[in-house]
Design a protein around this ligand. Structure first.
Ligand SMILES: *Cc1c(COP(=O)(O)O)cnc(C)c1O
Length: 340
């Protein structure tokens, strides 16, 4: 029985659900893992995660489709990316097949929290892992905990599909040869000041530049960026310090294969923004959020698509991607994992 939740008014915030998955790594191996009703984590005061931020995470969603199935979108890609993050952070890798299996278990155990088709809400899944044993000298933990919890969410940006305004901050997100390409909590901790400052000044998000030259567009704190040129080419910045968004990679495929557009991943210079007609943020949480304006200090770029609605190509990409996720359109092989 679906829970008594006002699905339409959900924002992007945490709501406790019934079950979460936990597995522990100790003496060189992962235990079998269990579902638990206990939402609290108990760890040593000197756990690696608490002292040296040894933690990484993932984010994906479960959707109720038009024919009332419950599905996940490309969970194998999250499994792979988390393995990459764990390696970069000297953490034990949670096996990729077990990751997908744990996603399935958590969704099945919380099926009543999967919002109905058409409500605009989804069940957000948060896999994460952290160094759990005590360390005090700077070194990796030797014990780790892997968890997945679920929480129903509505849109990430308040106001639904109204275009948002970005600003170019005086802060950087990722250093060359650093950790910008892995989904580490540490990348977010250092972005919190920049996002609070952006909000205080009336902007929705920060658009970070490459920190080496500060001339090229990278991404926002939690979403990749796409642009559309005047001749309808979809362009996304290429950089080794951008987090490889699964949504962005999927949208580039959709642009080419479903919409017949050209899609390019290449370096994008900040002063090219004036040549684009649309811009949007993409990610599991943001889905595809239109950007109407980008402020770089004394320069303001107003995208021709304006501040009232999505640009035409952005809207087509959004409709196609969500159509695939909600079962209205045929998905490419392997993109949809049916859970129930
Ligand atoms: C998670 C994340 C994204 C979006 O990735 P998806 O796989 O599409 O959810 C983009 N940028 C950053 C910095 C992220 O952490």
């Amino acid at each position: 029985m679906a829970k008594d939740i006002d699905w339409g008014s959900l924002g992007f915030s945490y709501m406790q659900t019934d079950y979460r998955y936990v597995s522990n790594y100790k003496d060189g191996k992962w235990d079998d893992g269990v579902l638990t009703e206990d939402s609290n984590v108990v760890i040593n005061e000197s756990a690696g995660v608490l002292q040296y931020a040894q933690t990484c995470f993932e984010g994906l969603k479960a959707y109720r489709t038009i024919d009332n199935k419950v599905v996940c979108f490309r969970p194998d890609m999250n499994a792979k990316r988390m393995a990459d993050s764990a390696k970069r952070l000297e953490m034990a890798v949670f096996p990729e097949d077990r990751f997908v299996d744990a996603v399935v278990k958590v969704v099945k155990a919380n099926l009543d929290y999967v919002p109905p088709y058409g409500s605009g809400a989804t069940l957000y899944l948060r896999p994460y892992m952290f160094g759990s044993n005590a360390v005090i000298g700077v070194k990796p933990a030797t014990e780790f905990q892997f968890r997945i919890f679920a929480t129903p969410v509505g849109p990430y940006f308040k106001g639904g599909v109204k275009p948002i305004t970005l600003r170019v901050p005086d802060f950087d997100r990722a250093a060359p040869r650093g950790t910008g390409h892995v989904k580490a909590g540490l990348n977010y901790a250092m972005s919190l000041h920049a996002i609070v400052d952006a909000h205080n000044q009336g902007y929705s998000e920060n658009m970070y530049l490459d920190s080496a030259t500060r001339t090229k567009v990278e991404e926002t704190g939690g979403a990749n960026i796409i642009f559309v040129t005047k001749d309808n080419t979809v362009v996304t910045p290429k950089s080794s310090t951008i987090l490889p968004s699964i949504t962005r990679r999927s949208l580039m495929y959709v642009a080419e294969k479903y919409l017949g557009l050209k899609a390019e991943e290449r370096e994008v210079y900040i002063d090219e923004i004036k040549d684009f007609k649309e811009c949007a943020l993409c990610g599991t949480a943001a889905v595809l959020s239109p950007v109407g304006k980008i402020v770089d200090h004394d320069k303001t770029y107003c995208l021709p698509s304006g501040m009232e609605k999505s640009g035409e190509i952005t809207q087509k990409l959004y409709d196609t991607l969500t159509g695939i996720q909600m079962g209205r359109l045929d998905a490419p092989e392997g993109w949809i994992k049916v859970i129930a």
